[in-house]
Write a protein that binds this ligand. Structure first.
Ligand code: IPD
Ligand code: CA
Length: 267
């Protein structure tokens, strides 16, 4: 049996070392080319991903879905490891202290097959972790989603980066009915803030969410009490590939989730 918990922690420690070495060096943001996910790969992205892959591969053959290197390993491997080495690369480059590494292990071909998820806040070291069938933790202590049910009291993470005009317009009705709208620039970490109740919900209906950004945070938030769907209320079922893009609507509880969906429908 693979001890995924220790493997994921080791991988996160290795990424932390890369980040700590490169954070104040110009070369951390050096352009290395284009990653499989379609974005520019910086040196920090590349080195971080290499460390995660090295840590994971010690445990035998796995299928890898990785933002920079793309897809590799046998399609029929028991385990799929989904990696975003640095989520929030723009924040890293601009010295805005909000970015993380995100690693998920799946036993199957759906987001709901995630068995282990770890997100490390690379700025302060906070580590969010969950295993299927268990609960979610931050630095070992259990976390829970928000109990806020009233939209007027809700602070929501809403990603509108590079959203189309129709998408922005469709969000108006929701945005004017909530207490705060935020987008912090690293969806995996934002999903963990949602998992621990710092944000009451999380919405990304741009059609741009990637499984690499979401797989670990999804498990962590779900097991902390989050209710997730797409923008129409259907369960999330993205293909586990580098190119897949999908929408996410998350509420800290059923009631808030339903209110968010109803404002999206009337938007
Ligand atoms: C990005 C972040 C950001 C979101 C972008 C993602 P990256 O991931 O999660 O919050 O708006 O769509 O691409 O590129 O920093 O790994
Ligand atoms: Ca990234």
């Amino acid at each position: 049996m693979v001890e995924w918990e220790s493997v994921l922690h080791e991988a996160a420690d290795r990424v932390q070392d890369v980040r700590d070495r490169l954070v104040s060096a110009q070369e951390g943001s050096e352009r290395m080319g284009e990653g499989a996910g379609g974005d520019v790969t910086m040196r920090v992205d590349q080195e971080a991903e290499e460390e995660i892959i090295a840590a994971v591969r010690q445990k035998g053959e796995v299928r890898l879905i990785a933002e920079e290197h793309g897809e590799s390993g046998p399609r029929d491997a028991r385990w799929t490891v989904v990696i975003d080495p640095i989520d929030g690369s723009s924040n890293f480059e601009r010295h805005i202290p909000f970015y993380c590494t995100s690693i998920a292990v799946l036993e199957g071909r759906a987001l709901d097959d995630a068995t282990h998820g770890l997100v490390r806040n690379l700025v302060n070291g906070d580590t969010y972790y969950s295993e299927a069938g268990g609960y979610s933790t931050k630095n070992g202590a259990e976390i829970k989603t928000s109990i806020v049910t009233d939209l007027r009291e809700a602070a929501l993470g809403i990603d509108i980066s590079k959203a189309s005009l129709p998408v922005v317009k469709s969000l108006n009705e929701l945005i004017v009915h909530i207490k705060r709208q935020m987008h912090l620039g690293a969806n995996a970490l934002e999903t963990c803030f949602f998992a621990e109740g710092r944000l009451d919900g999380f919405v990304d209906v741009r059609g741009k969410m990637r499984v690499m950004d979401m797989a670990a945070g999804y498990l962590i938030a779900k097991q902390a009490g989050a209710v997730f769907s797409d923008e129409r209320g259907a369960p999330l079922n993205p293909a586990i590939t580098v190119k897949e893009r999908f929408n996410v609507v998350g509420g800290g509880n059923k009631t808030l989730h339903a209110h968010i969906l109803s404002r999206l429908r009337s938007g």
